[in-house]
Ligand binder design. Structure first.
Ligand code: S3P
Length: 188
């Protein structure tokens, strides 16, 4: 797919952008970067925006200011970012818990749920030190708990991709489904 066709498709679908959602470790950042590079469009990683805004890591924001401070900032930064046109966004895993974000996603974005099973996520996240919610806890149990709260929202996405093989495969999968979406209310 070319840049021109991507933009044209968004106009047909009456949407501004494409937003990747899903659990921590599901590959939202890397797939977002890949889509942006291949289609020559801009990419926003909302966690990176939050980090830059605070001049701090996500870990340190949780530690020094607390999760609710982070969630408020996330709400502001994500809803603002979702107003941009013709971009791909990688959202933090918990952003869909916020009603304002969910409403904005529904009206502005083609949402893509990167679905990865919890065993695989557990493996990928075991050595991650970037996730405050996974510190000093049993990662699998925590993921299970988060999944119970979040999966119902993830499943509302327009597109669902099992991001378990190569990123290129997931990219091609995304393009195939995205190019076949044909009206604003259509679900694949
Ligand atoms: C979170 C996911 C993280 C980050 C923060 C909280 C969550 O983003 O926003 O640590 O609640 O699932 P990633 O999904 O990019 O890891």
């Amino acid at each position: 797919m070319e840049n021109y066709n991507f933009k044209k498709k968004l106009i047909i679908l009456n949407k501004k952008n494409v937003a990747l959602i899903g659990h921590m470790g599901s590959g939202k950042s890397i797939l977002g970067q890949t889509i942006a590079k291949k289609l020559n469009i801009n990419h926003i990683d909302t966690d990176l925006e939050i980090s830059n805004f605070e001049n701090s890591t996500i870990n340190d924001i949780f530690l020094s200011k607390g999760e609710s401070y982070f969630r408020d900032l996330e709400s502001k930064i994500v809803t603002k970012s979702l107003d941009q046109n013709n971009i791909v966004l990688s959202l933090g895993g918990g952003s869909i818990l916020n009603k304002q974000i969910r409403d904005k996603l529904k009206s502005n974005s083609i949402t893509v749920f990167l679905d990865v099973n919890l065993n695989e996520l557990n493996k990928r996240l075991t050595h991650s030190h970037k996730r405050p919610l996974l510190k000093n806890t049993n990662i699998f149990s925590k993921l299970k708990k988060l999944d119970t709260q979040r999966r119902k929202y993830y499943l509302k996405a327009d597109i669902r991709i099992h991001n378990i093989n190569s990123i290129n495969e997931s990219y091609l999968n995304f393009i195939e489904i995205f190019s076949k979406l044909n009206d604003k209310n259509n679900k694949n």
